[in-house]
Structure formats: structure tokens, C-alpha cells
Design a protein around this ligand. Structure first.
Ligand SMILES: [Zn+2]
Ligand SMILES: [Zn+2]
Length: 254
């Protein structure tokens, strides 16, 4: 699927996405549990593809749907009781612009790996039922990708193996990449909803507070040190920093 037809398909299903997102937000109530549940959904989707319970076009469409519904639900939750439906409407172009171009590229890469046998359908070497979720949700623990995949970068060939895994050419790494579309961005979109609410309520200043641990990147440290700034002048967590969707900076308003 190319970008233009994906945008077209998303636009056609817009109203449906909005009502599903609203239902999801009401069901999960917090961004944390939304993210957690979407990560579990990611496992079901990837397993469905691998075990041939889902055809490629179904997989593609499910991933598109979940990515957009999760982002919308996060905006809804971030907006709280401050006209959340309006906030979803307002955030829609941002969601489409941020999520669809990388998603289309990701899907086409996965399709190539499935067609050339890099990702083997029916491959049972990974037991999804036992798969450990640690490290999938940022901040859940300190394990990095290499530890999670059982490779030691100091060993010969391991760096290459980790690189291969990191780009979605194995089932566990594909699962982790899917989580980065359907689950992790909910943090940034939650903050977008909350930003819209505070702006509307007349707050004048914002500050981006970093976790300031060893994983906080240089960009996040710079925003943190900048302190209070006029509202609208700082990017949302996950934007304008090299942590991307792993960023867990928070925003304060006054
Ligand atoms: Zn950062
Ligand atoms: Zn950050």
C-alpha cells in the first residue's frame, strides 16, 4: 500500500476510528493502561501473521487501524474533561502526518521480509505466550535491546545480529517494532491532548521536565534546563529529541 492510498483509506474510516478511540479511552482510563493493552494487542497481531491466522492485507489493515485508534484514544485521555472530541478532531492531521509515512515504510519492509522468507510464516521458534514484556514499555526496566535478544555485543558477530534483529527481520524484533506504532506513541499523543487543554484554559507557560537519568538524551536535558518557556514554544515529549517514542519527559504548565 502506498502513502496516498493509505491516507485515503484512513480518511474514509475516520468517523469509525473516532468512535472506537472514544470507547477505548473510556475502557482503559489512563495512558499507561492504554499503552499496556496496545502492547498486548501487538503480540496478538504479530502472532496472527506468523501463525497464518491473518492474511497479509488483514495484518496491514489491522496495524493501520490500531495505530490511529491508539493515537486518538491517547489524545482523548490527555484532553480529560475539556471537550475531548474536539481535541481528537484537532489532532487528526498531526496523527496522520506523524504516523502514516513511517508506518507505510515499515509495512512495505515487513512485506519484503515475509515474501523473501526472512520472516518465516509458521516459524515456531518464538513462543509468544512466554514472551517477556520487560523493556517493551519504556521505563518498565533497564534492559536494552541486546540483553532482551540474548546477544552480547562484545561477541563476534553479535552486533550484526542485533542490527538485523533491530530492523524487524525476526519475529521478536517485528513485535517490538509493532509496539512502537500501536502502543508507545500514545505517550506523546496523550501529552498533545493535555497541551491543547492547557492552552485553551489560558495557561501561559510550559516546561519540559526530563527524567534526568542516564538514559535521558542531550536534547531532553537541554529542554529540561531551559525551564519555563512561553506555551507552544517547546515540542511534545518524543518530538525534537533523539529518544523518540522512548521519551518519558513530562510537561508542566502554569
Ligand atoms: Zn530525549
Ligand atoms: Zn525526553
Amino acid at each position: 500500500m502506498d502513502l496516498l492510498s493509505t491516507v485515503g483509506q484512513a480518511t474514509k474510516r475516520r468517523e469509525d476510528y473516532f468512535s472506537q478511540a472514544k470507547a477505548l479511552a473510556k475502557k482503559y482510563k489512563t495512558q499507561e493502561s492504554l499503552e499496556d493493552m496496545m502492547a498486548k494487542d501487538a503480540k496478538v497481531i504479530v502472532k496472527g501473521l506468523r501463525d497464518k491466522q491473518m492474511r497479509w492485507d488483514e495484518y496491514e489493515r489491522t496495524l493501520l487501524d490500531k495505530t490511529l485508534i491508539s493515537a486518538l484514544a491517547a489524545v482523548y485521555l490527555g484532553a480529560g474533561n475539556s471537550k475531548p472530541d474536539d481535541k481528537m478532531e484537532k489532532a487528526w492531521p498531526t496523527i496522520i502526518g506523524d504516523m502514516l509515512p513511517p508506518l507505510v515504510k515499515f509495512l512495505s519492509e515487513t512485506e519484503t521480509y515475509v515474501n523473501d522468507g526472512t520472516l518465516r510464516l509458521g516459524d515456531k521458534t518464538m513462543d509468544f505466550a512466554d514472551y517477556n514484556f520487560d523493556g517493551v514499555i519504556p521505563g518498565a526496566d533497564d534492559m536494552d535491546d541486546d540483553e532482551l535478544l540474548g546477544t552480547n555485543p562484545a561477541e563476534q558477530g553479535a552486533i550484526e545480529a542485533a542490527k538485523t534483529a533491530a530492523t524487524g527481520r525476526t519475529w521478536p524484533s517485528l513485535f517490538k517494532r509493532v509496539v512502537r506504532y500501536v502502543a508507545n506513541p500514545s505517550y506523546s499523543f496523550y501529552n498533545l491532548g493535555s497541551y491543547m487543554k492547557h492552552q485553551e484554559q489560558g495557561y501561559k507557560e510550559m516546561q519540559r521536565v526530563g527524567l534526568q537519568d542516564k538514559k535521558t538524551c542531550k536534547d531532553c536535558t537541554r529542554y529540561h534546563e531551559a525551564g519555563w518557556q512561553p506555551i507552544g514554544s517547546l515540542p511534545m515529549p518524543g518530538k525534537g529529541c533523539t529518544c523518540f517514542d522512548n521519551c518519558r519527559c513530562s510537561i508542566e504548565y502554569r
